[in-house]
Design a protein around this ligand. Sequence first.
Ligand code: PAF
Length: 282
Amino acid sequence: MKIIETIQELQTIIKEVKKNESAVGFVPTMGFLHEGHLSLVEQAQKECDFVVMSIFVNPLQFGPNEDFDRYPRNFERDSQLAKNAGVDLLFYPNVTEMYPKEPAMKVIVHEGVDVLCGKSRPGHFDGVATVVLKLFNMVTPDRAYFGMKDAQQVAVIEKLIRDFNLQMTLVGCPTLREEDGLAKSSRNVNLTENERQVAPSIYKSLQLAEELIINGERQAEIIKDKLIKYLEQNRSGNIDYIELLSYPELKHQKQLEGKVIIAIAQQYSKARLIDNIVIDIK
Ligand code: PAF
């Protein structure tokens, strides 16, 4: 595995790789890799000839009071994991490489950001879309791999690809979980011991919603109230949001039908965790 830090080196290598008509798979990350990221690499390897991973904690997608400084980082460990997983090229730029000057423009996301994390974190998806567009332009992948834990991010990037006519395919991959159901996330290390013990109630409440739907409940408000009660009883952090929306449109539905996302964000003392499930209601 080759590790590079500059855009120029990246573009030179990609040009060479593309001469052989190799399919390039891309896994953009912010590092502190866990099995979720590695499962994206595994999928990319199955479908592509050459796998690029980027590790860049993007300041543009963090609000002023968010966890940019606290976001966990460990490049030594990450590069070892990436190498073992079979990444061919690891792109590890610093902030000056990615943003050498104060940017003159950025991508503004208008649709699907008035709900979920877009509502709680104003400007977050503008920052995500901007850096992802830059990375896509640098790597020019045939396929890019994203985890469905960030389902709203997947929906936004689908639209980025569509609206800017990028010739590539987005692949959304399933959320990986710990044995007790907690979704794997780089931020889990910022939970206290006690918070870590109660955090699986996020996924348990999503399962409760699924059970209610399977048993015929279709009223979003009723399901939402039950989940709030469940989470409050299980004293798992502070609820930032619980929403039931159509997916990928991300529109509110009183009466649930079709493809629906149930998504939760919980705030703990030093970590904000998100999780979701998508259910197809026939
Ligand atoms: O999902 C992430 O880790 C980030 O939002 C991404 C896509 C790497 C952009 O910074």
